[in-house]
Design a protein around this ligand. Structure first.
Ligand code: GDP
Length: 448
């Protein structure tokens, strides 16, 4: 599962990660490849399109510096967007069953024939007993497929969960009523209803689902879909979600070599979380679906993602924002420069900086032309600290005498003080230009 998609994305990002700076063209080029990779993985077209738009917008329109290298930043953005696409909310954790209602809590299983509905019903009953310590009753409402009810009874014995006794000839809605009554009488916590499937979605099936839901008032309506069926799974999900009030999806056969498109499209198409993944024929082969973990697996770049997270955390966001605000107003004194230098050091020096933040290309050029390098950067804080507050706010006051005093105080040459002042001048000029170009947001274009 996801192997092909993983490889394709890996290739795209390997190329991006080697670069110091990324232009908008680089990002767009990479996104074109990502789009093809998604479509080849059977991701539904509108879902792929939305994904690419979201990533491109975030990757190109970076406001304030928050990252490591642009390529790594893009990997992180794609990762977060994958989590989002897979349904990640808070912490990208799996969404469990909602068992809080008054017992018996009814869980209705719906889906096409052969999707793995009956197997999943038994897997869930076992899960509910083992993970939640609740007692469940299972009932098969499938009167269309011969031996469907017997199949559930056999599975029930295997997982040691009670099944509703079979009454030949009884119709689905009546079986649902009887199951509910029986669950109440036996003080069951949960009632699992395994509804009938069909080979294709049809209106009779939908009507039956609605009628069953009408008499059983389910807390959960879980759609079971076979991930191997790719685009078809997406179409099935679309049909069901228009007719019955789904609360979640279970994707079966995730152990197979599906291309992953169903998993990636499901959330968008149904608007409901994927709650579980079936990962085999055995009755314990059921896993909670963690969007975060699945995204990690698809991207296989957990190292980069955590690196970027760490770097982002190392920057004091308020500082960065305050600085950006002052710059946007055209204010940029030596205090601002000092704050920026500190951030650069946090990020690992000049080399890491290129292209990360709008205008940084200009800043880097200013540093190069003023003779600044990583070694000198370390001393600049000392130089600025040796200045009086007034000198920091008005660097034009720095005459020969003041420079000599400051150099002595910081333990550097007067030449180094000059380099700092020159760098400040050039950066202040760059900031003014940026402002003329319409502020930091409008600068996305300059970020190459
Ligand atoms: P139903 O018609 O939807 O009730 O489908 P069944 O539950 O009868 O499942 C059909 C077949 O798929 C059975 O042979 C199951 O063992 C198999 N199956 C169900 N879920 C999975 C899964 O997650 N992985 C694999 N490999 N097989 C599964």
């Amino acid at each position: 599962m996801f192997d092909n998609l993983s490889d394709r994305l890996g290739n795209v990002f390997d190329r991006l990660r080697g670069r110091g700076a990324l232009s908008e063209t680089d990002v767009r080029e990479a996104m074109r490849e990502v789009r093809v990779a998604l479509l080849e993985a059977d991701v539904a077209l509108p879902v792929a399109r939305r994904f690419i738009d979201a990533v491109t917008e975030k990757a190109v329109g970076q406001d304030v510096l928050r990252s490591v290298t642009p390529g790594q930043q893009v990997v992180k953005i794609v990762h977060d967007e994958l989590v989002e696409m897979l349904g990640g909310g808070e912490g990208a954790q799996a969404e469990d069953l909602n068992l809080a209602a008054k017992p018996p809590v009814v869980i209705m299983m719906v889906g096409l024939q052969g999707s793995g509905k009956t197997t999943t019903t038994a897997k869930l009953a076992k899960y509910i007993r083992e993970k939640h310590g609740r007692k469940a009753l299972m009932a098969s409402l499938d009167v269309a497929r011969p031996a469907a009810q017997e199949q559930l009874a056999v599975l029930g014995t295997q997982v040691d969960v009670a099944t509703l006794p079979i009454v030949k000839g009884q119709q689905p809605v009546d079986i649902a009523r009887r199951a509910l009554e029986s669950a109440r009488l036996q003080a069951m916590d949960v009632l699992l209803l395994d509804t009938a499937g069909r080979l294709h979605v049809d209106q009779a099936l939908m009507d039956e689902m609605k009628a069953v839901a009408g008499v059983s008032a389910p807390t959960e309506v879980l759609l079971v879909v076979d991930s191997l069926t790719g685009q078809d799974a997406v179409n099935v999900a679309q049909s069901f979600s228009g007719e019955v009030p789904l609360t979640g999806v279970v994707l079966t056969r995730m152990d197979g070599d599906a291309r992953g498109g169903a998993a990636l499209s499901m959330r968008h198409v149904t608007g409901k979380p994927i709650k579980f993944a079936g990962t085999g024929e055995k009755l314990d082969a059921l896993e909670a679906f963690h969007p975060g973990r699945v995204a990690d697996r698809i991207l296989g770049m957990g190292d980069v993602v955590s690196l970027v997270e760490k770097a982002a955390a190392s920057i004091k966001e308020e500082d960065a924002e305050a600085l950006a605000k002052r710059m946007a107003k055209g204010q940029f004194d030596l205090n601002d420069l000092r704050m920026q230098l500190k951030q650069m050091q946090n990020m690992g020096g000049l080399g890491m900086l290129a292209g990360m933040m709008p205008g940084m290309k200009k800043a880097k050029a200013a540093m190069a032309s003023s003779g600044m390098d990583d070694k000198l950067l370390v001393h600049m804080d000392a130089v600025i600290s040796s200045m009086t507050p007034m000198e920091r706010e008005r660097p034009e006051l720095m005459n020969a005498k003041r420079k000599k005093r400051v150099a002595a105080g910081a333990g550097v040459d007067v030449q180094d003080v000059n380099k700092l002042l020159k760098m400040h001048q050039e950066m202040a000029r760059a900031m003014k230009q940026i402002r003329k170009m319409g502020g930091f947001k409008g600068l996305a274009a300059a970020f190459g």
